[in-house]
Design a protein around this ligand. Structure first.
Ligand SMILES: [Zn+2]
Length: 286
């Protein structure tokens, strides 16, 4: 059989319709006789790569300490939060600080299931609620770069209320940065540990939605014997997955329960991903 995507290559790839980065699945048998190796590799190295490294699932993967593939490169850890060649903002957890109750940004720590604060500026309103979070990337080393960062946000008014948080081990750099721009702000130090709920904010690109479509499509191909995936009705879907043609909303719908902060969604891998704005994932019960 020829590949359902390019119609040229021999369909001899062993496709992991459940991405390997989600872990090992019992009795898993790959999808065969549908994709050629070239298309399988092309989809895996772009579309699925983003799903595995920069997505709500990537964060859950990290908190659950699921080890992913290492692309055959020894001593090279996959960077979930600073993926190479992938645009958009990094993903962070947004969760209450156990001490103050104010929502701050967190990242995973080195021990499984634990988190630590990231260096950040939290902008507060008059009621002391967090209205904006500005991470202080580790690449920022000078006061000038710090000023540029602040001017990109909405932190220009001198009367703005802000909370500065330095991640443990990063205190000296953060203090130096603020001293250089003559800003003296009381530094808050926070303890890591587990947080009561774990939400995160971030931005995904079209690759992410193509990956979701691919997982659903290939799962169907594996378990519904009456379809091959080669049918004309699937042409737009194949084109979306393989070439990014079309709009995600043609093929995917959001999962409403994930948008509720009150209760967990039906599945831990569900997330609400509106066309505009942040994605909201829910990992309650982990
Ligand atoms: Zn192909």
């Amino acid at each position: 059989m020829l590949c359902i995507y390019c119609k040229e290559g021999e369909a001899d790839a062993r496709e992991h319709y459940l991405p390997q980065c989600l872990g090992r699945f019992e009795n898993f048998e790959p999808l065969r006789d549908r994709l050629c190796n070239a298309c399988n590799h092309a989809i895996g190295s772009t579309v699925e790569r983003e799903f595995c490294r920069k997505s709500p699932e990537a964060v859950l993967r990290s908190t659950n300490w699921i080890k992913g593939q290492n692309a055959g490169k020894k001593n090279r850890k996959a960077q979930i939060y600073q993926p190479e060649n992938i645009g958009g903002r990094h993903l962070y957890f947004l969760a209450p600080d156990p001490e103050s109750g104010i929502d701050i940004l967190w990242q995973t720590d080195t021990k499984p299931g634990t988190v630590k604060e990231i260096s950040q500026i939290v902008i507060l309103n008059a009621q002391d609620n967090a209205v904006e979070h500005i991470p202080i990337p580790t690449e920022i080393k000078t006061g000038r770069e710090q000023s540029e960062l602040l001017s990109k946000g909405r932190v220009t008014a001198s009367n703005v209320k802000a909370l500065i948080i330095a991640a443990s081990g990063d205190e000296e750099r953060v203090q130096t940065l603020f001293a250089e721009i003559n800003q003296s702000v009381p530094m808050q130090r926070r303890k890591g540990g587990s947080v009561p709920r774990q939400f995160f904010t971030g931005e995904v690109t079209a690759f992410y939605f193509r990956a979701l479509a691919k997982i659903g499509f290939h799962y169907a191909l594996k378990f519904i014997p009456t379809i091959t995936g080669d049918e004309g009705a699937f042409r737009p879907l194949r084109n979306f997955i393989r070439n990014g043609v079309g709009d995600a909303s043609q093929f995917l719908s959001s999962c409403d329960p994930a948008s509720s902060s009150a209760g967990p969604p039906g599945h831990r891998l569900t997330a609400l991903a509106p066309q505009a704005g942040d994605i909201v994932g829910n990992s309650s019960g982990l």
